[in-house]
Design a protein around this ligand. Structure first.
Ligand code: G
Ligand code: G
Ligand code: MN
Ligand code: NA
Length: 254
C-alpha cells in the first residue's frame, strides 16, 4: 500500500532514475549497447527494485506514465550521448500493458523526433507474455519495424513461445534468459537447450544476446556455440549514468 501511494507521486518528485548495463561483444569486450533499468529511490523505503514496484505499477495502471517517462528519458540520453560523440543504442524494457496502449506508437514516434534520433538507436524489449496476443502484437511490432526500431524478446525460454512462433513475428533479437546461462555449465540438458536456441535463432536470422553472464567459462561456452553478444555481472552490473559514461569512454569493459 505504501508502494502504491508512493508510485503516484514518484514521477512528480523525480524519484526515478535509469541505470544502465552494458551489452558487450564477448570476444573483444567492446560495448555495443546498453540496457536501461529503472530504479526508484523512495525517500523513506530506500531503493525499491522493479521486481517489487513494476507489478504494482501494472495493476494500478501507473505503468503507462512511468513507462512513458522511461522511453522519453532514454531518448534524451541517447541524444546527449550522440552530441558528445558516443553513438550507442539503448534497450528499454516495455511492459505488455504499455505495449498494448493505444498511444504507444505515438509516444515512440514523438520521443524519437523530439530528440532528432535515428530509430536504430532505440531497441524495445518485450517479454513472451506479449506474444500470447499474437494478432495484436503482430500489428504493433509491424508498426515499430516500419519506424525502424528493433524489437527484442526478453527472458527468452521462460515463457511458452517457441522459436517457430517467433519466426512469424518481425522480431530482431532474442535475449537468452539468465537462468539458462547460470545453469548451463553444470547441467548438460540446459547446455543443450542453450545450444539449440542459438542454433535455431541464428538459422532464423535473429540476433542473440545472452543475459546474466558471470564467469569467463560461460562467455567462452557462448562464443564457441555462436552467441557473440552478452551482458552480465562479469562485465558490469547496472550502473548510474555517470558510471556508464566512464565505461563508454573506454575501449572495452576491461
Ligand atoms: O535490474 P533489475 O533488478 O533491475 O530489473 C528487475 C526487473 O525489472 C527485470 O525483469 C526488468 O526487466 C524489469 N525492469 C527494469 N526496468 C524496467 C522498466 O523500465 N520497465 C519495465 N516494464 N520493467 C523494467
Ligand atoms: O530485463 P530483464 O528481466 O532481463 O532484467 C535483467 C535483470 O537481471 C535485472 O534485474 C538485472 O539487474 C539482472 N542481471 C543483470 N546481469 C546479471 C547477472 O550477471 N547475474 C544476475 N544474477 N542478474 C543479473
Ligand atoms: Mn531486459
Ligand atoms: Na531477461
Amino acid at each position: 500500500i505504501k508502494i502504491e501511494q508512493g508510485l503516484k507521486k514518484a514521477l512528480h518528485k523525480n524519484e526515478f532514475e535509469l541505470y544502465y548495463q552494458p551489452q558487450v561483444h564477448l570476444k573483444s569486450k567492446r560495448i555495443v549497447g546498453v540496457e536501461a533499468l529503472l530504479r526508484w529511490k523512495h525517500p523513506e523505503l530506500g531503493n525499491i527494485s522493479p521486481y517489487e514496484f513494476v507489478p504494482v505499477a501494472e495493476s494500478t495502471g501507473m505503468i503507462i506514465p512511468i513507462g512513458k517517462w522511461v522511453i522519453q528519458e532514454a531518448c534524451k540520453q541517447i541524444r546527449l550521448w550522440q552530441s558528445s560523440g558516443i553513438r550507442i543504442k539503448i534497450a528499454v524494457n516495455v511492459s505488455a500493458l504499455q505495449f498494448e496502449d493505444h498511444h504507444f506508437i505515438e509516444l515512440v514516434n514523438e520521443s524519437l523526433s523530439q530528440n532528432l534520433l535515428p530509430p536504430k538507436y532505440l531497441e524495445l524489449e518485450i517479454t513472451e507474455s506479449v506474444m500470447q496476443k499474437i494478432n495484436q502484437s503482430f500489428a504493433i511490432i509491424g508498426k515499430l519495424k516500419n519506424i525502424g526500431i528493433k524489437v527484442s524478446i526478453d527472458d527468452f525460454g521462460t515463457g511458452y513461445s517457441s522459436l517457430s512462433v517467433l519466426s512469424n513475428l518481425p522480431i530482431d533479437v532474442i535475449k537468452i534468459d539468465k537462468s539458462f546461462v547460470h545453469r548451463m555449465m553444470n547441467n548438460t540438458n540446459t547446455a543443450s537447450v542453450v545450444k539449440t536456441i542459438i542454433e535455431m535463432g541464428s538459422n532464423l536470422n535473429f540476433e542473440l544476446i545472452a543475459e546474466g553472464i558471470e564467469t569467463e567459462e560461460q562467455a567462452e561456452f557462448l562464443i564457441e556455440n555462436g552467441c557473440h553478444i552478452g551482458q552480465g555481472y562479469l562485465y558490469s552490473r547496472p550502473v548510474t549514468k555517470h558510471e556508464i559514461e566512464k565505461l563508454l569512454n573506454q575501449e572495452s569493459v576491461v
